[in-house]
Design a protein around this ligand. Structure first.
Ligand code: ADP
Length: 256
Protein backbone atom coordinates (compact mmCIF):
# COMPACT_ATOMS: atom_id res chain seq x y z
CA UNK A 1 0.00 0.00 0.00
CA UNK A 2 1.22 3.51 -0.73
CA UNK A 3 1.95 5.95 2.04
CA UNK A 4 -1.10 7.69 3.54
CA UNK A 5 -1.56 11.34 2.62
CA UNK A 6 -2.43 12.20 6.21
CA UNK A 7 -1.40 10.39 9.35
CA UNK A 8 -2.35 11.36 12.90
CA UNK A 9 -0.34 9.61 15.57
CA UNK A 10 -1.64 9.78 19.16
CA UNK A 11 -2.87 13.31 18.65
CA UNK A 12 -3.95 15.06 21.82
CA UNK A 13 -5.33 18.56 22.17
CA UNK A 14 -6.07 20.59 25.26
CA UNK A 15 -7.56 24.07 25.49
CA UNK A 16 -6.10 25.05 28.88
CA UNK A 17 -7.37 22.28 31.18
CA UNK A 18 -10.04 21.05 28.80
CA UNK A 19 -9.03 17.92 26.90
CA UNK A 20 -10.66 17.99 23.48
CA UNK A 21 -8.79 15.21 21.64
CA UNK A 22 -7.44 12.10 23.30
CA UNK A 23 -4.52 10.24 21.62
CA UNK A 24 -6.17 9.89 18.23
CA UNK A 25 -4.65 7.66 15.55
CA UNK A 26 -6.05 8.23 12.09
CA UNK A 27 -5.05 7.97 8.43
CA UNK A 28 -6.35 9.21 5.10
CA UNK A 29 -5.14 7.41 2.00
CA UNK A 30 -4.42 9.01 -1.36
CA UNK A 31 -7.73 10.11 -2.89
CA UNK A 32 -9.78 8.81 0.03
CA UNK A 33 -12.89 10.71 1.16
CA UNK A 34 -13.54 10.49 4.87
CA UNK A 35 -16.58 11.93 6.63
CA UNK A 36 -16.40 12.88 10.30
CA UNK A 37 -19.64 12.63 12.22
CA UNK A 38 -20.47 12.94 15.90
CA UNK A 39 -22.21 15.10 18.47
CA UNK A 40 -21.53 18.80 18.71
CA UNK A 41 -18.50 19.44 20.92
CA UNK A 42 -16.96 15.99 20.32
CA UNK A 43 -13.81 17.49 18.78
CA UNK A 44 -14.34 17.18 15.00
CA UNK A 45 -13.59 20.79 14.12
CA UNK A 46 -10.55 20.95 16.39
CA UNK A 47 -9.30 17.71 14.82
CA UNK A 48 -9.54 19.28 11.35
CA UNK A 49 -8.16 22.68 12.40
CA UNK A 50 -4.98 21.01 13.64
CA UNK A 51 -4.38 19.73 10.11
CA UNK A 52 -4.96 23.23 8.76
CA UNK A 53 -2.58 24.55 11.50
CA UNK A 54 -5.32 26.82 12.82
CA UNK A 55 -4.92 25.29 16.28
CA UNK A 56 -1.70 24.24 17.92
CA UNK A 57 -1.12 20.55 18.66
CA UNK A 58 -0.62 19.63 22.34
CA UNK A 59 0.87 16.17 21.92
CA UNK A 60 1.38 13.53 19.21
CA UNK A 61 2.30 14.07 15.57
CA UNK A 62 0.58 14.72 12.25
CA UNK A 63 2.22 13.81 8.96
CA UNK A 64 1.21 15.04 5.51
CA UNK A 65 2.66 12.97 2.68
CA UNK A 66 5.27 11.55 5.05
CA UNK A 67 6.43 14.96 6.30
CA UNK A 68 5.79 16.06 9.86
CA UNK A 69 3.45 19.02 10.00
CA UNK A 70 4.01 20.26 13.53
CA UNK A 71 7.56 18.99 13.96
CA UNK A 72 10.92 18.85 12.28
CA UNK A 73 13.30 15.93 12.56
CA UNK A 74 17.03 16.49 13.12
CA UNK A 75 19.85 14.17 11.92
CA UNK A 76 19.49 12.04 15.04
CA UNK A 77 15.81 11.53 14.27
CA UNK A 78 14.66 13.66 17.21
CA UNK A 79 11.57 15.79 16.83
CA UNK A 80 11.45 19.45 17.69
CA UNK A 81 8.68 22.02 17.11
CA UNK A 82 8.47 23.06 13.46
CA UNK A 83 9.75 26.42 12.29
CA UNK A 84 7.18 28.76 10.80
CA UNK A 85 8.68 28.16 7.38
CA UNK A 86 8.46 24.36 7.68
CA UNK A 87 4.90 24.60 8.99
CA UNK A 88 3.91 26.82 6.07
CA UNK A 89 5.49 24.49 3.53
CA UNK A 90 3.83 21.29 4.75
CA UNK A 91 0.56 23.08 5.40
CA UNK A 92 0.38 24.27 1.80
CA UNK A 93 -0.81 20.76 0.91
CA UNK A 94 -3.99 21.30 2.90
CA UNK A 95 -7.02 23.43 1.99
CA UNK A 96 -10.13 24.20 3.99
CA UNK A 97 -13.68 25.36 3.36
CA UNK A 98 -15.43 26.85 6.39
CA UNK A 99 -19.06 27.13 7.48
CA UNK A 100 -19.05 30.88 7.02
CA UNK A 101 -17.21 31.19 3.67
CA UNK A 102 -14.53 33.68 4.86
CA UNK A 103 -14.36 35.53 1.52
CA UNK A 104 -12.63 38.91 1.30
CA UNK A 105 -15.55 41.37 1.00
CA UNK A 106 -13.53 44.10 -0.73
CA UNK A 107 -12.35 41.82 -3.54
CA UNK A 108 -14.30 40.54 -6.52
CA UNK A 109 -14.95 36.83 -6.88
CA UNK A 110 -12.02 36.41 -9.26
CA UNK A 111 -9.71 38.49 -7.05
CA UNK A 112 -10.65 36.30 -4.08
CA UNK A 113 -9.62 33.26 -6.05
CA UNK A 114 -6.33 34.48 -7.52
CA UNK A 115 -5.06 36.17 -4.35
CA UNK A 116 -3.40 33.11 -2.76
CA UNK A 117 -1.92 31.67 -5.98
CA UNK A 118 -0.23 35.05 -6.56
CA UNK A 119 0.88 35.91 -3.01
CA UNK A 120 1.58 32.41 -1.67
CA UNK A 121 2.59 30.47 -4.77
CA UNK A 122 4.14 33.38 -6.64
CA UNK A 123 2.10 32.84 -9.80
CA UNK A 124 1.94 35.53 -12.46
CA UNK A 125 -1.37 37.38 -12.53
CA UNK A 126 -2.15 36.29 -16.08
CA UNK A 127 -1.63 32.61 -15.32
CA UNK A 128 -3.53 32.81 -12.02
CA UNK A 129 -6.43 34.54 -13.78
CA UNK A 130 -6.62 31.86 -16.46
CA UNK A 131 -6.59 29.09 -13.88
CA UNK A 132 -9.01 30.98 -11.62
CA UNK A 133 -11.51 31.31 -14.46
CA UNK A 134 -11.26 27.61 -15.27
CA UNK A 135 -12.05 26.75 -11.67
CA UNK A 136 -14.89 29.26 -11.51
CA UNK A 137 -16.32 27.57 -14.57
CA UNK A 138 -16.07 24.23 -12.77
CA UNK A 139 -18.21 25.50 -9.88
CA UNK A 140 -20.64 27.14 -12.33
CA UNK A 141 -19.83 30.75 -11.47
CA UNK A 142 -17.76 32.09 -14.34
CA UNK A 143 -20.42 34.73 -14.99
CA UNK A 144 -19.89 36.08 -11.45
CA UNK A 145 -16.12 36.62 -11.79
CA UNK A 146 -16.34 40.41 -11.48
CA UNK A 147 -18.98 40.81 -8.79
CA UNK A 148 -18.37 41.27 -5.07
CA UNK A 149 -19.30 38.62 -2.48
CA UNK A 150 -22.13 40.77 -1.08
CA UNK A 151 -23.93 40.37 -4.40
CA UNK A 152 -23.98 36.57 -4.14
CA UNK A 153 -26.33 34.11 -2.47
CA UNK A 154 -24.96 31.99 0.37
CA UNK A 155 -24.71 28.97 -1.90
CA UNK A 156 -22.78 30.96 -4.50
CA UNK A 157 -20.45 32.35 -1.81
CA UNK A 158 -19.70 28.86 -0.64
CA UNK A 159 -19.00 27.71 -4.21
CA UNK A 160 -16.52 30.61 -4.52
CA UNK A 161 -14.91 29.51 -1.24
CA UNK A 162 -14.60 26.00 -2.65
CA UNK A 163 -13.04 27.35 -5.86
CA UNK A 164 -10.61 29.41 -3.79
CA UNK A 165 -9.49 26.30 -1.91
CA UNK A 166 -9.28 24.19 -5.09
CA UNK A 167 -7.13 26.67 -6.99
CA UNK A 168 -4.29 25.97 -4.54
CA UNK A 169 -4.36 22.32 -5.64
CA UNK A 170 -4.29 20.87 -2.14
CA UNK A 171 -3.59 17.18 -1.53
CA UNK A 172 -6.25 17.21 1.19
CA UNK A 173 -9.34 19.36 1.23
CA UNK A 174 -11.20 19.85 4.50
CA UNK A 175 -14.87 20.81 4.55
CA UNK A 176 -16.17 21.92 7.95
CA UNK A 177 -19.96 21.69 7.80
CA UNK A 178 -19.97 23.56 4.49
CA UNK A 179 -23.76 23.74 4.24
CA UNK A 180 -24.76 24.40 7.84
CA UNK A 181 -24.95 28.18 7.41
CA UNK A 182 -27.08 27.96 4.26
CA UNK A 183 -30.80 28.24 3.71
CA UNK A 184 -32.15 24.76 2.96
CA UNK A 185 -32.86 25.55 -0.69
CA UNK A 186 -29.18 26.43 -1.27
CA UNK A 187 -27.70 23.29 0.25
CA UNK A 188 -28.11 21.13 -2.86
CA UNK A 189 -25.98 23.25 -5.22
CA UNK A 190 -23.06 23.21 -2.76
CA UNK A 191 -23.27 19.48 -2.10
CA UNK A 192 -23.32 18.92 -5.85
CA UNK A 193 -20.07 20.85 -6.32
CA UNK A 194 -18.44 18.89 -3.50
CA UNK A 195 -19.66 15.65 -5.03
CA UNK A 196 -18.19 16.65 -8.40
CA UNK A 197 -14.80 17.21 -6.76
CA UNK A 198 -15.08 13.88 -4.95
CA UNK A 199 -15.97 12.10 -8.20
CA UNK A 200 -12.88 13.49 -9.90
CA UNK A 201 -11.00 11.38 -7.42
CA UNK A 202 -7.51 12.84 -6.95
CA UNK A 203 -8.05 15.07 -3.91
CA UNK A 204 -8.31 13.41 -0.52
CA UNK A 205 -11.19 14.85 1.46
CA UNK A 206 -12.06 15.25 5.11
CA UNK A 207 -15.69 16.22 5.44
CA UNK A 208 -17.32 17.23 8.72
CA UNK A 209 -21.03 16.91 8.21
CA UNK A 210 -24.44 16.29 9.70
CA UNK A 211 -25.81 15.35 6.28
CA UNK A 212 -25.84 11.58 6.66
CA UNK A 213 -27.24 10.90 3.19
CA UNK A 214 -24.49 12.98 1.69
CA UNK A 215 -21.82 11.26 3.80
CA UNK A 216 -23.12 7.93 2.58
CA UNK A 217 -23.01 9.04 -1.04
CA UNK A 218 -19.60 10.70 -1.06
CA UNK A 219 -17.48 9.10 1.65
CA UNK A 220 -15.36 5.97 1.32
CA UNK A 221 -15.16 5.89 5.11
CA UNK A 222 -16.94 7.46 8.05
CA UNK A 223 -15.34 8.12 11.44
CA UNK A 224 -17.61 8.65 14.44
CA UNK A 225 -16.29 11.05 17.09
CA UNK A 226 -17.44 11.06 20.65
CA UNK A 227 -15.86 12.89 23.54
CA UNK A 228 -12.50 13.49 21.88
CA UNK A 229 -12.06 9.98 20.51
CA UNK A 230 -12.84 8.16 17.27
CA UNK A 231 -15.20 5.53 18.61
CA UNK A 232 -15.95 3.80 15.30
CA UNK A 233 -14.35 4.05 11.88
CA UNK A 234 -15.56 2.05 8.90
CA UNK A 235 -17.39 1.97 5.57
CA UNK A 236 -20.58 4.04 5.33
CA UNK A 237 -22.71 0.90 5.49
CA UNK A 238 -20.90 -0.40 8.59
CA UNK A 239 -21.21 2.91 10.39
CA UNK A 240 -24.70 3.94 9.34
CA UNK A 241 -26.45 0.57 9.19
CA UNK A 242 -24.45 -1.63 11.52
CA UNK A 243 -23.31 0.59 14.40
CA UNK A 244 -21.63 -1.29 17.23
CA UNK A 245 -21.45 1.17 20.10
CA UNK A 246 -24.46 2.42 22.01
CA UNK A 247 -23.23 5.99 21.53
CA UNK A 248 -23.27 5.71 17.74
CA UNK A 249 -26.66 3.99 17.77
CA UNK A 250 -28.09 6.83 19.86
CA UNK A 251 -26.45 9.45 17.67
CA UNK A 252 -27.85 7.94 14.46
CA UNK A 253 -31.35 7.70 15.89
CA UNK A 254 -31.29 11.47 16.20
CA UNK A 255 -30.02 12.10 12.66
CA UNK A 256 -31.54 9.45 10.43
P1 ADP B 1 -17.24 19.71 17.17
O1 ADP B 1 -16.62 20.19 15.91
O2 ADP B 1 -17.34 18.22 17.24
O3 ADP B 1 -18.54 20.40 17.50
P2 ADP B 1 -15.17 21.25 18.48
O4 ADP B 1 -13.86 20.74 18.04
O5 ADP B 1 -15.69 22.50 17.88
O6 ADP B 1 -16.23 20.08 18.37
O7 ADP B 1 -15.12 21.47 20.06
C1 ADP B 1 -14.63 20.51 20.96
C2 ADP B 1 -14.54 21.12 22.35
O8 ADP B 1 -13.50 22.09 22.36
C3 ADP B 1 -15.81 21.84 22.80
O9 ADP B 1 -15.95 21.60 24.19
C4 ADP B 1 -15.47 23.29 22.55
O10 ADP B 1 -16.17 24.12 23.42
C5 ADP B 1 -13.98 23.33 22.83
N1 ADP B 1 -13.26 24.39 22.07
C6 ADP B 1 -13.19 24.50 20.73
N2 ADP B 1 -12.44 25.55 20.38
C7 ADP B 1 -12.00 26.12 21.54
C8 ADP B 1 -11.17 27.24 21.85
N3 ADP B 1 -10.61 27.98 20.90
N4 ADP B 1 -10.95 27.51 23.14
C9 ADP B 1 -11.49 26.75 24.14
N5 ADP B 1 -12.28 25.68 23.91
C10 ADP B 1 -12.54 25.36 22.64
Amino acid sequence: MTEPIVKYNKVTKYFDDLQVLDKIDFEIQQGEKVALIGPSGSGKTTFARLLMTLEEITDGTIEVEGEYLWHEKNEKGELSPASTEHLRKVRSNVGMVFQHFHLFPHMTVLENIIEAPITVKGKKKKEATKQGKEILDKVGLLDKADVYPAQLSGGQKQRVAIARALVMEPKVLIFDEPTSALDPELVGEVLEVIKDIADQGETSMLLITHEMDFAKEVADRIAFFDDGKIVEDGSPSEILYNPKSTRLKEFLERFM
